[in-house]
Design a protein. Sequence first.
Length: 136
Amino acid sequence: MDEQSLPGIGYRYEIEAEGGPVSVCIHHSGRCDLYVGSPPVAVTLDEDQARRLGAVLTGPSGLVIESVELGLRPKSAGRTIAELEVRRRTRMTIVAIIRDRATLLSPDPDETLHGGDRVVVVGRPDDLDGLIGLLT
C-alpha cells in the first residue's frame, strides 16, 4: 500500500486491486473520499460511514484499527493515557500517537495527549464511540 501525506488535507492511501487501483483520501475533518478504477469513480463517506465500512472490510476478526483525530482543543489534552484510563473505560488500546508528523509507537501510559494529536487505536468496533467521546 502506498501512503502519501497531503499537506493541509490529510492522507492518501492506494493499492492496486484486481479490478484496478483503489485510493482512499482521509481528510483531517474525518471525511473520506474513496476512488475506484481508472478512470476513478469517486464516493464520499462521512467519518461514521467510513468507520462502519472499515469494520466490514476487517472481516470476522471483530477488531478494528482506527485513527482518531483529537482536534485542537480536545477534553483529553494535557492528560496522560493512564489518567484517562483509556483501556479500562473504553476497552480500546492506543497503539500509536501521530504528532507533528512524527509517530510514537506503543506509547507509555504516562504519555500526555495534546491538541492536534491523532491516535491509532485497536479494539472492538462497538467500543470506538466511547473512546471518541472520552478523547475528543
